[in-house]
Design a protein around this ligand. Sequence first.
Ligand SMILES: [Zn+2]
Ligand SMILES: [Zn+2]
Length: 269
Amino acid sequence: MCAQTNSAHPAAPGPKDPEGFSQAMEQLRLAVEGRRVEPICTSYLLLRRAASGMSLLGLLKAVQTSLSDTSLSAVVSAFAHRQCFMCQDGASICRTCKGAGTVDRFSCPACDGLTVEPCTFCLGTAWSDRGEVPAELRKLVLRRQMLHVEKDTQALPRITHQLRQVGPSISPRNRQQAASWLFRVQARLANLAGEEPGAETAARYGRLAAQIESLLEMLRRTLRQAESEDPLEGLGQARGLDVRNEKPADGNAPSDGGEFPLAPVEDES
Ligand SMILES: [Zn+2]
Ligand SMILES: [Zn+2]
């Protein structure tokens, strides 16, 4: 060891195929410029393969020096945003009621009428499997995802307030959107808690997940209230008819008192 450290920095081993490596680097540069998740992930994986002969640290340094300072951050961000290929946002339309919320006119026993359930593949996180993230990026990706969830949970007080205000008059579409978002944040908290983030953080994740569970329960309760109040009856609408296999048309939905602004909180990088 001493014999190696007394000389000037020994040249790091380069790629076995320098031409293929620089082509792959160029492809990654274009993907980073395009700022789209999938092309960045795919081209980084290709570059990694073309880096045969190099160390992983050497590869990361090459990305930093050949591209811009922020390029590595863009790659980390892309893997942190990479989506489950089985779902859009962590939730799937309930398989039991096909999204109607009812089965034989009764509230669906599988989704409690919320019309959606967590995706069985990603368990609701909407993230691709972290095990598929290249090992040299995994810690950075995990940290980025923790920051995303931190931002999401900061929106919880606002969303709690909105749900309380709207109450049983929430529209079916907004209820579905709210349930999907709550399922996703809850699933992400559970997923991150499984990464042993330390006792204090794990306890906080547990408290936040419980808070989300009570919001989901509030949504189920508003549904039961809306059913018992039956806001459509006075309008002469046929309740429970013609809604199966069809998304509820907004014109037939009870007034929701405005849109439910649940845009997901994502970082910009
Ligand atoms: Zn259902
Ligand atoms: Zn999924």
